[in-house]
Design a protein around this ligand. Sequence first.
Ligand SMILES: [Fe+2]
Length: 471
Amino acid sequence: MMDGSSRNAPKPGHDIRGVPVSYAHPDALEGLERALEMSLAFRGDAVGEIDRVLAEHPDFLMGWLFKAGWLTQAMETRIYGEMVAALAEAEKRAGMANERERLHMAAVRAWVRGDFFGAVQEWEKALVLHPRDLLALELVHLTDVLLGDVAGQRDAVARVFTLWDEGVPGYEFVLGFYSFGLEENRDFALAEEMGRQALCIRPDNPYAVHAVSHVMEMNGRQAGGIRFMREHEARWGSSNFANHLWWHTALFHLDIEEAERVMAIYDAHLNSEGKAGDRYEELDAAALLWRLNLCGVDVGARWRHLADKWEPAAQDTLYAFNDVHAMMAFAADDRQAAQTALLTANERYVESASDANVAMSREIGMPFCLAIRDFQKGAYGACVDRLLPVRYMTHRLGGSFAQRDVIGWTLLESALRAKRFDLALGLANERAMLKPTSAQNWRAVARAFRGLGDRGRADRAEAKADSLIAG
Ligand SMILES: [Fe+2]
């Protein structure tokens, strides 16, 4: 736990990890620790907490930088003003900044310019100077996830790892970051070990639960994954990360063809009808409904409510990863005007802007948005042609392998529906080899063989799927 009271008292002018802070009033530093812990543990209201501290200590520069830095991660235009205002407050006090704080300020400034990669570079510099700068590490790691820098998610933690141990407050969160970074780089055994170590220190750590659930997802351990989530649910169920962990739980059920259970999870935990919710929750909701769509499941009016949530952001062009999920909702709910607004805004944006999101939008976001539209109107061949050339570049869209898997799955389903069975067989084989415990992967293999007229192999693949379900 990040309780400084049980550790050595911090040196004057430093936080509890020995990182220098220009404004070092003990109450302000304690307040920042509380807010930082809320962000790391996905609990409470980190921004509200730091606001209370800043009301008492308006010259607490690192407090403003925490607020601005943490708000970068929201990736929502409706949050942007608050982030820019916090940066402006920090800049007013730039004269008092130490070197670390100047780097944090430069990072948020780069972010506001749209230079997300530049922001990571600045936070990285702070981390190289102060390997126990937990805020810098958090922001580098989470931004690497947003930007799809797969190796960076692992290596940013590796670079500082030997400087941390259980004696340093917040070590359990470092383990959680490392676990996720290792998992995304397919080092599953070490990822699981790190994640479970993090949970030994602090069972109430949704990010570590998340990393282990990713390992189980990639390994195709559906029954174990469902059990693991159930065992830990009491601790993550009320966290700010709960919806995403429910999404992961639903994926395990989807893999073993329990669509009813998936819908029940959606209705109980992901349906944001009548709730405020945030963009991240709406993203998971769209991602889950689209998967059900690929399975041919009728989800009733659920898309309508979700498309209502996405519609005000149709022309945001802030983050391609958001746009593709908005597009799923617009296409599935047949909202022509919203689809056109989103595509037109993106076309204008990629022609005129030069920020980091332009490349993400041009290379992956736009092709996938168009592919979603094609899929929904039954132009499956066109959908295949859009996705085939980009399928191995999709990490540039950001998110995790599990999230981006929806692209490969959409491609396969399109190939099957377009009756391009030779291609579909290759794609289905690929998925079945990658995750042989997934019944739905073997059903796809069977459908492709059936399309090719090979009844024997189709029946064998079907039997394989049946045996997985029976087991
Ligand atoms: Fe995830």
